[in-house]
Design a protein around this ligand. Structure first.
Ligand code: CTP
Length: 439
């Protein structure tokens, strides 16, 4: 029997405009003769004392028609996914809302997307991943804020436990393996014993291998986008889950040290370069594969169906970062232009990885040197020469490959402060042309 608790006060913790909107949507439910609920993460987070604005609504009845009615009334953007009986609305103020028909799901084959059939809210909650996410609050007037807790979600929230609703949950949807770890680490909860056993059992099979690249990528990047992914990564290692990125990917102490150093590298980077935004989840993937060969990294990129941009970043990681780090920190002081040449082709994510590697080595003096180099490089990389190709042409130099050489040397001279004005650049080039002419 469904447990109902009247808790309007909890919904009132959402921003006033959202509460108003939810009340109006509840009234619309009554007008159209259907029960409407807010479900999943919002309810969980409200019970945990946080207000999340990722609103998932479930409608007992025709969810799509209901979504269209809401979209008409509030002039929202609307995207409808007929196959899944869901719709996404974006309100003029940017608020996002998913509206779905309450449904049961059946999985024709494990790991593939399910087929859906409309069903009661209780069945809709039963198809969900964990008890803490199988909670709903009704929005219809008179029932506004009524909590529907059929499967012990509140008990598990109190006990700080992640628990599946049935034994086939991970098989139906192996992304739940990653979701379980994500929620466990995010809230500092524990996987309930039987759930852990089922998870380990599912993880030991090749179910995850059957997930498509984009779905696996989504889960991995969501996990790595959490506040503190380091513990989640340790959990993945403990469950031997890296093999799904690549069979040769492991988690030796040296890699663990780099991963553990990433948050410190981020903190320093964000303080120093607040405008240089980093794709943080990708840095964790790079840290994980920081001792891998280019071939292994290429295979991971393929497995995760990475975009070209992600691929470029990830390919800049790996062992070559060690070579650059060695050249930066092993010898005496380098000229600013030498530092520039070593770093110029690297995406910022690889610069953070470089830093994390050095942090992990716990060599303070070299770390300070590297930080100084990075600060100088980030300024120097905006420097441009005043002269361009057409100026060289006007100075009588025939177009050809030597343009690149001369302009490169000119840029180095600018970066090193050897030349500081256009006039000095001209003199610098003239001198070189003289040398070239003498040859
Ligand atoms: N859900 C599920 N199985 C999945 C994905 C989602 O059962 N593989 C259900 C859960 O009830 C979840 C809801 O769909 O609460 C919404 O999914 P999502 O937005 O991904 O999860 P949230 O719980 O909102 O998580 P987050 O706080 O990370 O947004």
């Amino acid at each position: 029997m469904a447990k109902l608790t009247h808790r309007p006060a909890l919904l009132e913790r959402l921003p006033a405009r959202v509460v108003r909107l939810l009340r109006e949507i509840g009234r619309l439910g009554d007008e159209r003769g259907c029960r409407v609920y807010v479900v999943g993460g919002v309810v969980r987070d409200l019970l945990l004392g946080h207000a999340t604005l990722d609103l998932d609504l479930s409608v007992e009845g025709d969810g799509i028609a209901f979504a269209r009615a809401v979209a008409d009334r509030y002039r929202t953007g609307l995207a409808v996914f007929e196959r899944f009986a869901t719709a996404r609305l974006v309100f003029p103020d940017g608020l996002k809302m998913d509206i779905a028909t309450t449904r049961r799901e059946s999985y024709a084959q494990p790991a593939l997307l399910p087929t859906v059939e409309s069903a009661s809210i209780e069945e809709d909650l039963y198809r969900r991943d964990f008890t803490i996410n199988a909670l709903a609050m009704q929005l219809n007037p008179g029932q506004f804020g009524r909590l529907l807790d059929v499967y012990g979600g509140r008990r598990d929230l109190r006990a700080r436990t992640i628990r599946v609703l049935h034994a086939g949950s991970f098989q139906d949807d192996p992304t739940r393996i990653f979701r379980a770890i994500r929620f466990e680490q995010r809230f500092g909860f524990r996987l309930e014993r039987e759930t852990l056993r089922l998870l380990a059992q599912a993880a030991a099979t090749n179910l995850i291998q059957q997930l498509s690249g984009p779905r696996l990528q989504n889960e991995i990047l969501l996990l790595f986008a959490e506040q503190d992914p380091v513990r989640a990564i340790a959990r993945l290692a403990q469950l031997n889950l890296f093999r799904f990125l690549h069979r040769r990917l492991s988690y030796p102490t040296s890699v663990r040290r780099v991963v553990t150093a990433v948050p410190r590298a981020f903190a320093w980077w964000a303080r120093r370069f607040p405008d240089a935004v980093i794709d943080r989840p990708i840095v964790y993937v790079m840290a994980l594969s920081s001792e891998s060969s280019p071939a292994v990294i290429a295979a991971i990129i393929k497995r995760l169906a990475c975009s070209r941009e992600q691929a470029t970043k990830m390919s800049a990681g790996g062992k070559q970062v060690d070579r650059i780090l060695k050249r930066l920190t092993d010898r005496g002081a380098l000229r600013p232009s030498q530092v520039y040449r070593l770093l110029a082709d690297l995406p910022d994510e690889a610069l953070v990885l470089l830093l994390a590697k050095q942090v992990s080595r716990q060599q303070g003096t070299r770390l300070n040197l590297l930080r100084r180099y990075l600060v100088a490089y980030m300024t120097n990389r905006t420097i441009k020469t005043s002269l361009m190709g057409r100026d060289l042409q006007a100075m009588g130099l025939k177009p050809g490959p030597q343009y690149k050489t001369i302009l490169g040397k000119l840029l180095d001279a600018r970066i090193d402060g050897v030349v500081t004005s256009e006039a000095e650049e001209r003199a610098f080039v003239q001198k070189r042309l003289g040398v070239l002419g003498d040859c």
